[in-house]
Design a protein around this ligand. Structure first.
Ligand code: UDP
Length: 419
């Protein structure tokens, strides 16, 4: 277990992105929680949506006076093979969960739970990876409120994986889901819906004109292998079969029948806790090889992601499953319309025809049609893009998330003192 480092941040810096009521509520709730200590636990300090959220949430909780640590589990590769299989099984992949996998999961989560020496009032365990720590933590720190933050959609989970998760829920005081229905299949625990959020002040999301030095260089689209003056489709995602990067290339190929000058950038990272990334990347690379205007970009700095989300004419998120998809809000915030799979958290963010389009992710014709419509109509792109920014401003910015977590901490900690 190690402490993830975050940059400092203050709530005051969000002045332009917070209402007076929101600020008052945050200050009042934080004042009542000034004597509690909180830890968030996950499996990677960079890459993927959970790390993205914690980099913003943790410093802000500290700034408002709630002492908060972010701890990252340490684990061997075979643990991440198991947890990726769990992730896939919980999203609907009908694979087997063997006794050996259960034992790897149990032993690594127990040893990480044993590595925690300081008491906390509230511990938030993110995703299935860290949930296994719950029984050991409950035994060692009976006064600690344990929260499970499940970021994935469990509505089509494979029973063996669901039962495995359920077997760890007994000590959990409260489970957070992005949508209430994600938690319908589990029982015996209080469930609370909380939406994720994006941070308007990070290098990934702030206006490009505010970037300088290396960040400004990374945001310079003339340095990238595509032609910034031609139509550009972009998908930004881990290389994960659920995000269908190969289907995005199929879509691109169909789009070029109407818009031959179109280009595609598939941008992806390989987080430490996703062993499948490199395998999927190789598959995508093979398909992309035949296409001069399909570009695979990996491990871009945040300012580069920012510039691509702004420079794209259309952002795709053609996922088959998606707990939320921060990438959708990130693009909408930049005024870029998104064509997204009508699954999981994507319809929470996209209002079909208003700020983007929702498509059946199995339907390449439909997806290509919506992308083509947008590429061929500047006015439509501008109208949908403008509305997208409003959607995110109203619902999916970090101050809202800070308020939601503070309310939750108030509920579960009962204002308890650190043991
Ligand atoms: N991301 C990134 N670089 C990449 C690919 C993704 O920084 O090459 C970021 C992306 O901008 C977003 C997060 O990783 O902030 C992905 O979160 P999302 O909820 O979309 O998907 P997850 O990876 O959690 O399934």
């Amino acid at each position: 277990m190690y402490h993830a480092l975050t940059d400092e941040q203050t709530l005051t810096a969000y002045e332009a992105h917070i209402t007076d009521d929101q600020r008052d509520a945050i200050e009042t709730e934080a004042a009542a929680l000034s004597d509690i200590r909180v830890a968030h636990i996950n499996t990677t300090a960079s890459g993927g949506g959970v790390a993205e959220i914690l980099h913003s949430l943790v410093p802000l909780l500290n700034d408002v006076g709630v002492e908060t640590d972010w701890l990252v589990m340490e684990a061997p590769d075979e643990f991440f093979d198991v947890t990726k299989a769990m992730h896939n099984g919980l999203q609907g992949d009908r694979s087997e969960l063997t006794d050996e996998m259960r034992e790897t999961y149990r032993s690594v989560t127990v040893s990480n739970a044993e590595a925690i020496t300081e008491p906390y009032d509230v511990i938030v365990l993110h995703d299935p990876q860290s949930l296994g720590m719950a029984p050991t933590l409950a035994e060692r720190f009976p006064e600690t409120a344990l929260v499970w933050r499940c970021h994935i959609d469990l509505t089509d989970a494979t029973p063996a994986y669901l039962e495995f998760v359920q077997s760890y829920l007994e000590p959990i005081d409260c489970a957070i889901f992005t949508l209430p229905e994600y938690g319908d299949a589990i029982s015996g625990v209080e469930k609370v819906p909380i939406h994720p959020a994006i941070d308007p002040l990070t290098e990934k999301n702030r206006p490009l004109g505010e970037l300088s030095g290396e960040a400004a260089d990374a945001a310079d689209l003339t340095r990238y292998p595509f032609d910034a003056d031609r139509p550009l489709m972009v998908q930004i995602s881990r290389f994960d079969p659920w995000k269908d990067p190969v289907g995005v290339i199929d879509t691109y190929q169909q789009v070029t029948e109407s818009v031959p000058e179109a280009q595609l950038a598939l941008v992806g990272a390989m987080p430490d806790d996703d062993p499948e990334g490199i395998v999927v990347y190789r598959e995508v690379e093979e398909v992309a090889e035949a296409e001069d205007d399909v570009h695979l970009l990996t491990n871009l700095p945040d300012a580069g992601i920012n510039a691509l989300q702004r420079g794209a004419d259309v952002v795709l998120q053609k996922s088959f499953r998606e707990g939320f998809a921060l990438t959708v809000s990130e693009a909408l915030w930049k005024g870029t319309p998104v064509v997204g799979g009508n699954v999981g958290g994507i319809p929470l963010q996209i209002d079909d025809g208003e700020n983007g389009y929702l498509v059946d992710p199995n339907d390449i014709d439909e997806t290509a049609d919506r992308v083509t419509r947008l590429l061929e109509d500047d006015q439509l792109r501008r109208r949908l893009g403008k509305q997208g920014r409003e959607t995110v401003r109203e619902q999916f910015l970090t101050p809202t998330l800070v308020g939601d977590y503070l309310s939750l901490f108030g509920d579960v900690s009962g204002g308890s003192d650190t043991q």
